[in-house]
Ligand binder design. Structure first.
Ligand SMILES: Cc1cc2nc3c(=O)[nH]c(=O)nc-3n(C[C@H](O)[C@H](O)[C@H](O)COP(=O)(O)OP(=O)(O)OC[C@H]3O[C@@H](n4cnc5c(N)ncnc54)[C@H](O)[C@@H]3O)c2cc1C
Length: 382
């Protein structure tokens, strides 16, 4: 396919995602927020619309599109202000499916990927524990040898898609004597395994339509085929996937900021104060200009990161720069936009308040801003 045919395909796909968001997400989103979760059927609808695992190869049930198609899904959902759904999909498609694709055996790929692409199998990734978040090396969940397989014990928390998940990629210590990250492995745990239990759906400040859970493992037995990416190689797999994971979050962050600006521009043209629209006041115009400029610069930077990722050249330090800068930008823009709404911005019936509540966590999950600074500084000082 020529470059211009690919661009046409991409534009058509963007239209179809926009239509899906307008028709199948927007009318129901408040209901999903009240329920704290999206309906199971929506996962299948997303699958049928080609919005899950867009870049999974044909032999594993995907359409084999390139990464830009996955980007479009993130951008359109985040820009429309439905960040919780974007977050659900990022974890499922851009993290879990790619862990299986890139680190899985042929059997693991055949077993999970086709079902993940059509939305029959929802993925979650369980790293964080009550006592180990940023400091992942100190996780305590363990997987001890049990016959030919493993017996898992431990607890995880803050797990996105935790209530819906059918497949939970679980980080556990397989060598209790190995220091730091060395004895950690990843295991593919089916949610119907005896001994696996979900805790409650956690109540959050924002992202109300995303289910987030505690997970418990009590003598959960898995076979040898559950090991993903090799024994004690959990951190190596994680490191390989970090650039894509951080880029995905950055793309959602900047699109979310762009969406906040879109609705703010419309508002300041309508709302009057001191006999003129807010848009006529110098402070409003300058703030909008500053925010538009900052968003545009980040969009261009992300374009170059996307191109690097597609050439398999995006390094971890650059992905950390993107995660830090894009999520900090998102917070500043959303806060600045809310300010222009005045008191109405604080009211739940105005979508900018949802943008505000949802954006706050972006500087925390997927590696906090402070951890990004640690990683970037190591690269700067090397
Ligand atoms: C809505 C939501 C969804 C999530 N989804 C998932 C998921 O699907 N799977 C998953 O495994 N996890 C998930 N997480 C967990 C998330 O990745 C962690 O919350 C995050 O990594 C931070 O860990 P923590 O909460 O334990 O904070 P802590 O690690 O306790 O950090 C507390 C503070 O100390 C700072 N800090 C810690 N260490 C350092 C350091 N070395 N230098 C400087 N500052 C430091 C942090 O930056 C932070 O400001 C989710 C979290 C949330 C809130």
């Amino acid at each position: 396919m020529s470059a211009s045919e690919q661009d046409t395909e991409l534009a058509l796909f963007r239209d179809s995602v926009r239509r899906f968001v307008k028709e199948r997400v927007a009318p129901f989103y408040e209901e999903w927020e009240s329920a704290g979760i999206i309906p199971r059927e929506t996962w299948r609808e997303l699958g049928a619309a080609g919005m899950l695992g867009t870049d999974i190869p044909l032999e594993y049930g995907g359409v084999g599109a390139d990464f830009r198609f996955s980007v479009v899904v993130q951008q359109e959902i985040a820009r429309a202000g439905f960040l919780a759904l974007a977050c659900n999909i990022t974890v499922h498609s851009d993290i879990c499916a790619h862990y299986v694709l890139n680190a899985g055996t042929e059997e693991q790929k055949q077993r999970y990927l086709p079902k993940m692409v059509c939305g029959d199998c929802v993925g979650a990734i369980a790293m964080t524990e009550p006592g180990a978040g940023s400091d992942l090396q100190s996780i305590r969940a363990s997987a001890q040898p049990d016959g030919e397989g493993w017996k898992i014990n431990g607890a995880k928390t803050f797990i996105t898609n935790g209530q819906h998940a059918d497949l939970v990629i679980t980080a556990a210590k397989t060598d209790l004597s190995a220091p730091g990250s060395k004895g950690i492995s990843l295991l593919l745990v089916d949610a119907d395994a005896p001994g696996f239990a979900r805790g409650r759906n956690l109540e959050k400040l924002g992202l109300h339509a995303a289910d987030t859970s505690e997970l418990f493992y009590s003598d959960v037995r898995v076979g040898p085929q559950a090991l993903l990416g090799g024994l004690n190689r959990g951190f190596a797999v994680l490191m390989n996937e970090l650039p894509r994971e951080r880029l995905g979050l950055s793309i959602g962050a900047v699109a979310h900021a762009r969406g906040a600006l879109d609705i703010t521009v419309a508002y300041v043209k309508e709302r009057h104060a001191f006999g003129q629209p807010l848009a006529a006041q110098q402070n409003t115009r300058y703030r909008l200009a500053e925010m538009a400029a900052a968003i545009t610069v980040h969009e261009r930077f992300l374009d170059s990161c996307i191109a690097s990722l597609m050439r398999h050249e995006l390094d971890s330090a650059t992905a950390s720069v993107a995660k830090l800068s894009c999520t900090e930008l998102e917070d500043q823009v959303v806060d600045g936009c809310l300010q222009l709404f005045g008191g109405y911005g604080y009211m739940r019936e105005y979508p900018i308040s949802r943008f505000y509540a949802d954006s706050r966590v972006q500087r925390i999950y997927g590696g906090t801003s402070e951890i990004m600074k640690e990683l970037i500084s190591r690269d700067v000082l090397k």
